[in-house]
Design a protein around this ligand. Sequence first.
Ligand SMILES: [Zn+2]
Ligand SMILES: [Zn+2]
Length: 388
Amino acid sequence: MPLPRLTNSDIIALTDLRHTLHRAPEVSGQEAGTAAHIAAVLRDLRPDQVLTGLGGHGVAAIWNGAADGPTVLLRCELDALPITETGRPDWVSQVPGVAHLCGHDGHMAMLTGVARLLSRQPPLRGRVVLMYQPAEEDGAGARAVVADARYAALRPDWAFAIHNFPGLPFGHVLVTDGPVNCASRGMKVALHGRTAHASQPETGTSPAHALARLMPTLTALSGGTVTDADFRLATVTHARLGEPAFGIAPGAAELWVTLRSRVDSGMAGMIAAAEALVGDVAAAEHLGHDISYHDIFDHCDNDAEAVAHITAAAQAMGLTHSADGLPMRGSEDFGQFGKAGARAAMLFLGAGAIADLHNPDYDFPDDLIPKGTGIFVEILRSVGVWAA
Ligand SMILES: [Zn+2]
Ligand SMILES: [Zn+2]
């Protein structure tokens, strides 16, 4: 049976959908409007089931095949970023300070292309789950989706995702087995001293010196390159000391550092080293301290058999593919679907010479929508959902 293909009117509708979503971006965990819009679009395509409110605002559309077979989950993301868009496309964000600058609007359009095709040609075997996941950018969404009680009934055998990637040749597929995204977490260090009059700082305990010591020593936990098994990177992202007042010697400070490692096991050692450093400096400076962690991402690991389906799909589409440059230093929560039992893999799809992800002038290239839909369709065929 020939595979279904997007028509020109599909591509026009999907491009319109992307622009509509782009105009009304919502940050992680607050994607209620986006989820409602997507759920309405999906219901019009008559899947066997639509689930809403998964792990927050997650939406899933499910198509059942005529015969038994594997359950395949395809994933995109609902959330935008708290960044002001400086590009001026006709579909520019209408929400001050929030914009789709990671291309998740384009990823939703690509997945909705698959939904349009499934509505005309349901799976022959197994089951397809189109997952519109919330809160990817802060690392909370995939974990919350797989922890949702309704996820157990989905139990995907396979899971796949596509992320667009500026700087890679347009349509090139970047994929490998093993680690593809680093583990990372935000470490927030609070230092507690005692304020004093600025004319008599000796009567208080200032965390200024400790803050100045910790910035370079924590940064120095970094080492290696991302291809090394023990790659580690610590990046100071924010610091605050006292209050903006000339009359007060400071009594408190806060330091934010993002810790990053190639794999989860490296993160444990990095946390221990960072906490020991903070403890030593705080004790030497007679300060109290506490540490909390935020935006926790495990490393993302690609299953080798799932990768084989991706490379087969790329070849069927006539797309070039390579593994150079992986793993990425950045983090991604898609690995949670693999940890929950699916054979999972994600690929990076070249978006050409455009602004980078999270740049204020980034905009997803519309021509990538049919490419992404096509790759997902070929993956479904390779896994056996549409095979005769
Ligand atoms: Zn992003
Ligand atoms: Zn993204």
